[in-house]
Design a protein around this ligand. Structure first.
Ligand SMILES: Cc1cc2nc3c(=O)[nH]c(=O)nc-3n(C[C@H](O)[C@H](O)[C@H](O)COP(=O)(O)OP(=O)(O)OC[C@H]3O[C@@H](n4cnc5c(N)ncnc54)[C@H](O)[C@@H]3O)c2cc1C
Length: 438
């Protein structure tokens, strides 16, 4: 079958993009390597849109939860993934969880109902040199294609491991305990939030890192080397009492204005998005269990009441430095016939991957029909996610991220307790406006 758009990868993003295109009458070829005898280390079936781990799409609460809001917005856009999830739903309280086999079968059934969509079981080994293409090969993109993407983007811009440092909501940091400064007061601006520690606090913190329960690497991840520069903090702690004080907790050149001296150790946070709502803990990638991270990081002066937009982690994960490489329409700046979608763009999670697939499908449909793509407003969950990936995130520290309210333009004038509902109400109104004009 002749096709207008070639989608590579039949996971959550690729299937959603294919659906959005096909239902607009555009001919699609969807290439999926599973079914040829080949599978990634995490996939266990040949079914499209396989959920590789949990069977949950997380919270379905569209009034107080950012991912629940994303569900709502995707449903408004006739999302395949959300429709199949409804059919496959199993009881899970306020979460949207599914029977994974029923879910995958429903995705396949709906795609098969589209005569202008052909699913081809084949592995693609290089970026196509022409023709509208969407690459949705996910965090475990097959090796040859990953090499081809690396060659097109520059090896430094394609990561094979994430090194996720926790991210804190700025308005939960106690600035009475911290101060803003750059090391040696370099530059005209004070770019870092510095949380000072005395010797006793530092030693107790290091003990906490050593004792804390860690997540193990999966068997197939263990052989993927990570750079020394991205070492987990607990591994640094194991190397010696002072290793952290010579690494991410180095206090030199940081005069604490309250004492006039350098602290014994310091935890630094750096702005993570243009809005200034999210700050990452510099160099704090970790394999500590999430509960341990929250408990231990709240012992850091200034972070006692910290709310985390993201906790730390390290996994096998192929993803692009999207804010640097992609334009506002997810196209590779150096080869605009290639668009990326799903987790490979640096979003994180089943729902976010499908949502980026949905938008990539809409963008490609507009491009095919000569229309002008109008992006969803940044006050919507779709728009906030897209803005983060393509523009707002800090390229130098770009790491995968779930959708969260820290990505939305802030509503500082609304009382904290009412903010989540205010975000979702504003988003729903903005989405309606967008759907009417788009
Ligand atoms: C081990 C692991 C566990 C995870 N657990 C969760 C979780 O519990 N909850 C959550 O929300 N998120 C989880 N994620 C993160 C992420 O949301 C999922 O990986 C999600 O499936 C990403 O969607 P995607 O469409 O981008 O990629 P995928 O769903 O992985 O789809 C990519 C598809 O492309 C195919 N492919 C790859 N290379 C080629 C090629 N060269 N040619 C043709 N086809 C190719 C693959 O076979 C696959 O079907 C996990 C990720 C991993 C790696």
């Amino acid at each position: 079958m002749m096709h207008d758009v070639h989608i590579i990868g039949g996971g959550l993003a690729g299937c959603e993009a294919a659906w959005q295109l096909a239902r607009r009458g555009i001919a699609v070829r969807l290439s999926e390597m599973r079914g040829t005898g080949e599978r990634s280390a995490a996939h266990q079936t040949d079914g499209l849109a396989e959920l590789v781990c949990s069977n949950s799409f997380r919270s379905d609460d569209d009034e107080k939860n950012a991912v629940g809001l994303l569900h709502h917005e995707m449903r408004q856009c006739d999302s395949l993934i959300m429709a199949a999830a409804r059919i496959a739903q199993v009881p899970a309280g306020s979460a949207l969880a599914v029977d994974r086999d029923v879910f995958s079968a429903e995705v396949e059934r709906r795609l098969a109902s589209r005569p202008n969509l052909e699913v081809v079981r084949e592995r693609v080994d290089s970026l196509p040199s022409s023709g509208l293409t969407i690459i949705a090969t996910g965090p475990l993109t097959a090796e040859a294609l990953a090499a081809s993407i690396g060659a097109a983007t520059g090896a430094d811009s394609l990561a094979f491991f994430d090194a996720i440092a926790p991210i804190v909501h700025r308005d939960t940091i106690d600035m009475d305990a911290c101060w803003m400064a750059s090391r040696w007061d370099k530059g005209e601006t004070k770019d870092y939030i510095n949380c000072p520690m005395d010797k006793e606090q530092y030693l107790a913190f290091r003990e906490g890192l050593l004792a804390g329960e860690k997540m193990a690497f999966r068997e197939w991840e263990a052989n993927t080397p990570y750079f020394e520069g991205c070492m987990p903090i607990e591994v640094m702690a194991e190397r010696g009492i002072d290793t952290l004080r010579y690494g991410p907790m180095k206090p030199v050149g940081l005069d604490n204005p309250r004492t006039g001296r350098w602290p014994y150790a310091v935890v630094q946070l750096r702005q993570d998005n243009k809005l200034g709502t999210l700050w990452n803990m510099v160099g704090f990638q970790t394999k500590l269990r999430h509960g341990e991270q929250v408990r231990l990081f709240r012992t850091i002066p200034g972070l006692e009441k910290a709310e985390f937009a993201r906790l730390g982690g390290m996994h096998r994960n192929t993803f692009l430095n999207s804010p640097l490489l992609l334009d506002r329409q997810l196209r590779l700046k150096s080869a605009p016939h290639i668009r990326f979608a799903g987790q490979i763009t640096g979003c994180e999670g089943y729902v976010e991957s499908a949502a980026v697939g949905l938008m990539a499908g809409l963008m490609a449909a507009e491009e095919m029909t000569g229309g002008q793509w109008v992006p969803p407003p940044p006050s919507t969950a779709l728009g906030a996610l897209l803005s983060h990936i393509t523009e707002d995130a800090e390229a130098s520290s770009y790491q995968p991220m779930n959708v969260n309210f820290g990505l939305f333009p802030p509503l500082d004038d609304v009382k904290k307790k009412q903010r989540k509902q205010a975000y979702t109400a504003r988003a729903k109104e903005a989405l309606q406006g967008w759907l009417q004009t788009a």
